[in-house]
Design a protein around this ligand. Sequence first.
Ligand SMILES: [Zn+2]
Ligand SMILES: [Zn+2]
Length: 138
Amino acid sequence: MIDDKPILRSGPTGPYKHGYKMCMVKYADGTIRGITWHRYIYEHKYGRLPSTTHIHHINGNRSDNRLENLEAKTEAEHCRDHQPPAPTHNYICPWCGNKFERTDRDIRHNQIQQKKAGPFCGRSCGASWGREKQLGRL
Ligand SMILES: [Zn+2]
Ligand SMILES: [Zn+2]
């Protein structure tokens, strides 16, 4: 097994517009790449990571590049971490009258499924409504 840790060629320089310092490194297979400085710090300790793996700053401070502040994540996980929480709204279930909270995204998804009825507080209320509708009682 090759010890594929990046060898620092130059840098770090920056920070640039996206808030990160960059550097140039060389890998064991001869690849020379520009990578973020915090990625270099992480890979220098743990070895080369696929480009689909992102290095996340745990405390949100992009210039805090201590190893204990860095965490490897998949692209999908990382995007989720940086998404602002979805706004929620309060609704009253048209079937049982319960009050409940949903995000806009949930509601859109439900309304497509239930052909614009609801939103309902849960699947069973939506199903009950659907049954009645089918029987022509609504
Ligand atoms: Zn991050
Ligand atoms: Zn309900």
